[in-house]
Design a protein around this ligand. Sequence first.
Ligand code: CP3
Length: 343
Amino acid sequence: MSELKNDLLLRALKGETLSRPPVWMMRQAGRYLPDYIKLRQKYDFFTRVQTPELACEITLQPVDQVGVDAAIIFSDILVIPQAMGMEVLMEEGKGPLLPNVVKTAADIDALQTDAVEERLAYVMNALALTKKELNGRVPLIGFAGAPWTLLCYMIEGKGSKTFDKAKQFCFTQPELAYRLLQKITDVTIVYLKAQAKAGANMVQVFDSWSGMLSPADFKIYAQPYLVQIADAVSPDVPVTLFPKGSWYALGDLSKTSAAGLGLDWSVTPQLARTMTNNSITLQGNFDPSKLLAPIPQIKKEVNEMIDAFGTTRYIANLGHGILPNVPVDHARAFVDAVKEYGS
Ligand code: CP3
């Protein structure tokens, strides 16, 4: 039924038992590959994101050069605040900057929620082009930032070690926070459904900063919006939720309509399986810094990780994005170790 030549990712999401798990790496497109670094010198960040031919080329690099079992579209989570009307700058070597942060009810009211598909048409065009170029080699993953993580950037204006301004906003003006989170959620649902229509075979929701929240606050500011997205989008395409640092929420999230849960390295495979009652596909959770260890050690620890998770309902991945300073042959060793598992 599938036009895919390699559909391991989709079979893992469905719960099939496989001889070895599928493997991809968060942030695999860009960052560490020399061919990406060359493109970065020629085109600025949002040109790379908004030009389907460039986004497609960058998306295919890790498939061609590292041999991963899935492609993830080259884009960014901050295209949503941008499409809602906020200015987003990407400062070379420094990360994102949103000069005009959300402060008041009027700022929230001014955020645009209409014509999402038109404003983000370049992402859908990049997905369609990449799908065509992949020609069924591997599945294509779409993504978005989770509402809580996007609120962090929209309030704080940049990265932060604590995101205390974002939290202050929530803790002092919760009604405004709910309004903002709901607006982001509504836009994200439309966006992810459009990605599915354009050819995404799975979509991942990155809640990169959910671990900043206490378990009680996660239930207020993160979980309800993740659940809304999973419920609305799952009929169209399998949804994987990645609540980084929020191991405490795995039980609750395993009972949602999500097909997969991403794990960071703060949780053992055993604890994650117990908390999720073995009922959902788990993805992760190799410490990205471990890719800086000697190759034999990488291979040994990858085998231990797969032994612990098993080959049913499991997608091998890192516990967060690949680091820019990882040697390409170490990334390849990680992928090869998964592919050689059991042989
Ligand atoms: O696999 C991929 O890399 C696909 C593309 C992708 C990018 N950003 C490209 C990018 C994905 C999946 C993202 C997600 C993203 N963006 C997240 C969630 C994932 C995570 O790591 O937690 C977050 C929090 C962002 C916001 C963001 N964008 C930051 C904090 C930065 C700067 C630091 C960094 O991560 O490199 C960016 C810039 C960015 N987005 C780059 C890339 C390749 C680096 C800039 C460049 O190459 O010029």
